[in-house]
Design a protein around this ligand. Structure first.
Ligand code: ZN
Length: 370
């Protein structure tokens, strides 16, 4: 497995196969959408079958088998939502990326690796910081694409006292230690702000005892308070695995919220008749005109349609192309064609699971560039 870095993606993008083409495969293995392994294996088999019908050549068949074998060998779905594989055995190319974000199913055989989705993930992923604390300690951890990229430990030693020196002393000690804890939280808030100023993050996740976290939130700078994305219930001394799992879950929750707010924006834009389009025919039209900035699709939405092989027009009605008048090819699922076109145009594509609001809008829609 290769870590997803700009250098790795750039290197792949520059790879040119001469002896045999490269097979690129993006597979959505998100556990929230695919409960069983069989669910995403069926998706993969369908893609391989379609690709085999288009491509012949022993080398590509072997590459597809290699990809299938790798997927069947198992995916750690506690950490992986998207799997990306590139194979060209003839040229010694084999790269696998496990991503904590979902990808859109796509299998392409071409002379160079199809890296667009990988580039999108790299340029648009969110940066998370997790602040774990109690009354004495604090840790700030940063995550990008599911990888722990940095950690800062802040330890504060609270003053120790003997408990058996009488009431006056006990009260005094209690005041003293709560003052020390309050000072600790102010220092943590200040340290979090300077960490943010040094290197910004999009979301902050807080973990610790409720009353400590509540006090810290009061002390946090407004910039940071606005970025609090979740509270997690893991202790300051949690293991890397516990921390990574909590970060992964939070990434999923943030992604769900983003999707909901995009569907809200789409509904408003369509309602206002400005900046948005909904329904299959209208959305395909806007895609053909390259006006879609963000494509939203309900998961499991499929519809038959047509594609013009001369000018690549797509739509639901055939047989001759309304643009160039040539005869068109029938496609089983024009929604999938739309997703592929959107990715080619560098649109953002979001697949909504169980979004009643998007279903009401016709199960597909787009926010427009203009
Ligand atoms: Zn045409």
């Amino acid at each position: 497995m290769t870590a997803i870095t700009e250098a790795a993606v750039r290197q792949l993008a520059g790879f040119k196969a001469k002896k045999a083409p490269v097979t690129s495969c993006y597979l959505d293995v998100d556990g929230r959408r695919h409960l069983r392994q069989g669910d995403y294996l069926a998706d993969l088999e369908r893609m391989v079958k379609r690709a085999r019908a288009r491509v012949d050549g022993q080398a590509s068949r072997r590459d597809m088998e290699r990809i299938e074998d790798r997927v069947k060998a198992g995916v750690d779905r506690s950490r992986t939502r998207g799997l990306v594989l590139f194979s060209c055995e003839a040229e010694g190319l084999w790269e696998v990326f496990d991503l904590p974000v979902p990808v859109h199913n796509h299998l392409v055989v071409n002379h160079s690796p199809h890296v667009r989705q990988l580039e999108d993930v790299l340029t648009s992923h969110d940066r998370f910081a997790m602040l774990l604390l109690d009354r004495q300690r604090a840790r700030l951890l940063r995550f990008e694409l599911g990888e722990l990229v940095d950690r800062t430990e802040l330890f504060d030693q609270l003053p120790r006292h003997d408990d058996d020196k009488g009431d006056w002393n006990r009260d005094h000690v209690r005041d003293h230690s709560s003052a020390a804890a309050a000072a600790h939280l102010r220092r943590v808030a200040a340290a979090a702000l300077s960490a943010f100023q040094e290197q910004a993050f999009d979301h902050l996740v807080l973990g610790g005892p409720d009353e400590v976290v509540a006090q810290l939130e009061r002390d946090l700078h407004a910039y940071l308070r606005a970025r609090v994305a979740a509270h997690v219930s893991i202790p300051v001394g949690a293991s890397d695995d516990e921390i990574r799992q909590a970060a992964f879950d939070t990434e999923g929750a943030v992604e769900r919220r983003r999707l909901e707010s995009l569907v809200d924006r789409l509904r408003d834009a369509v309602g206002a008749g400005n900046g948005g389009v909904a329904g299959l025919d209208a959305t395909l039209r806007m895609l053909v005109e390259r006006r879609v900035e963000t494509l939203l699709v309900s998961e499991s939405f499929e519809a038959p349609g047509w594609r013009c092989l001369s000018c690549s027009w797509i739509g639901t009605r055939g047989r001759s192309c309304p643009v160039c008048a040539r005869p068109m090819a029938q496609v089983d699922d024009v929604v999938e064609e739309a997703v592929e076109d959107a990715l080619e145009q560098s649109c953002r594509v979001l697949v909504a699971r169980a979004s009643a609001d998007l279903d009401v809008l016709g199960r597909i829609g787009g926010l427009l560039r203009y």
